[in-house]
Design a protein around this ligand. Structure first.
Ligand SMILES: [Zn+2]
Length: 429
């Protein structure tokens, strides 16, 4: 599976709406250990990978189900239990190496389109390649999405061919283990390819579907259509999973459902803000604090203006102070402690001409609530908050859908439904 790092932008939505639980499944990915690097991409093993690895070792080492002429386990071979489990372990490790090959194939194609790959993680659901951006050109996304299943099919085909030719030869019993091993790799790789081609976005088949749709309609509409299909499939998969008592299917269904929803929101945010600058979104009427104000005066200002944080200005921008900074000050000292003693001095700032998408990325990556906007001379010209971006996304969405024609009586919005470029006003003291 391929996931977009854009998803971290969803923290923007969630932090504001208090829906942090929805990103939990992405955040749990941080409970991983790094095992190496391939093509410069860090490869991680998630702790849940251990569960699935042990399950596969158990199944391969103890079972011997035969499907379509392929024996899927070493349970019936003439060997000791220890040998069976060693063979089961070898088969499991090789199978997970082929899952890694599947993800590397996606990543290799994406890298050729100039996409940066953050990581590949092996986890309970298989592999996840995490990319900074998903290629937006439909043909590029199509090629990238198909690369994984094609690789799995190729590995499956070659293993099957080898298995058949070994089978046809008159081999002695020593080779039985190798035949079963090849059969397992063949069967599970073909299964992996087909399962991934289900059109359940963000699974590979869902990306193929979106790329087909995106060639015919807007990127947002294509994403929304692909997401609706994925949601229906995920619900179907969950119901089927409950029906056959397969918890694993239910979990995958949940993962697909959440992933589809996340990527829909991320797409809406980044597409809406595409081409916009911070200047179009920031408020230029900024309430500021002075470094020599006492904490008591700052708290009075907070009461009066009902804001949680202020840029601290002394000619130019010198810091930022928030409500949480004031909680560090003891009550009997709020009259003598000054803003400059509690403020944060190394402030992350943006410029009016910084792209909105870039500003959202900074907010999200650094987990900040607001960004002061400064000009080339370091003078404060505005401030932009998470809420400002969300409000803008909502407005642009509403205008795109045609439900709102004029917003707040502001004329001058352009043909793409973006607000006018406004010259910055000096801050108010
Ligand atoms: Zn894939």
């Amino acid at each position: 599976m391929i996931l977009s790092e854009k998803m971290s932008r969803q923290k923007l939505t969630h932090t504001v709406q208090g829906l942090n639980s929805e990103t939990a499944y992405i955040e749990t990915m941080s409970a991983s250990i790094k095992i190496g690097r391939i093509f410069g991409i860090p490869i991680y093993l998630h702790f849940t990978f251990l569960i699935i690895l042990l399950l596969f070792i158990y199944v391969f080492g103890s079972q011997s189900l035969t499907l379509m002429g392929i024996t899927l386990g070493f349970g019936d071979i003439d060997a000791s239990v220890g040998v069976k489990y060693i063979l089961g372990t070898i088969a499991s490790v090789i199978f997970f190496a082929t899952i890694l090959a599947h993800e590397l194939a996606h990543s290799y194609v994406a890298m050729r389109f100039g996409v940066k790959i953050r990581s590949i993680t092996l986890m309970i659901f298989g592999g996840v390649a995490s990319m900074e951006e998903i290629p937006k050109k439909p043909m590029e996304e199509l090629k990238m999405a198909l690369a994984g299943p094609m690789t799995s099919l190729a590995i499956g085909g070659v293993s099957y061919g080898l298995m058949i030719s070994l089978d046809l030869l008159e081999f002695d019993a020593d080779l039985e283990g190798v035949v079963i091993l090849l059969g397992i790799i063949a069967f599970y790789n073909v299964l992996l390819a087909f399962f991934n081609m289900l059109p359940a976005f963000p699974m590979d088949g869902g990306r193929v579907l979106r790329s087909f749709l995106a060639a015919r309609m807007s990127y947002i509409d294509a994403t929304k259509k692909a997401v609706s299909v994925a949601k229906v499939l995920a619900i179907g998969m969950a119901v089927f999973g409950i029906f056959v008592f397969n918890l694993f299917l239910v979990l995958i269904a949940l993962f697909v459902y959440m992933g589809a929803k996340e990527e829909e929101r991320a797409t809406v945010i980044s597409e809406s803000l595409e081409g916009m600058t911070v200047r179009q979104i920031m408020s230029d009427a900024v309430q500021v604090a002075h470094p020599d104000m006492t904490v008591q005066q700052l708290l009075d200002l907070m009461m009066a203006t009902r804001r949680m944080g202020y840029p601290v200005v002394d000619y130019g921008l010198v810091g930022i102070v928030t409500l949480s900074d004031t909680s560090k000050v003891q009550k009997d000292r709020i009259h003598i402690t000054r803003v400059k003693d509690i403020m944060t001095r190394n402030v992350v700032t943006v410029k009016p001409e910084t792209s909105a998408v870039e500003a959202v990325r900074i907010l999200s990556q650094r987990d900040l609530g607001r960004l002061p906007v400064v000009d080339d001379r370091g003078m404060l010209v505005g401030i932009v908050t998470r809420k400002d971006f969300l409000r803008m996304v909502e407005i642009i969405e509403a205008r795109r859908k045609g439900t709102v024609s004029v917003v707040w009586g502001q004329p001058g919005w352009d043909q793409q439904g973006k607000p006018p470029q406004q010259p910055p006003h000096p801050p108010q003291y």
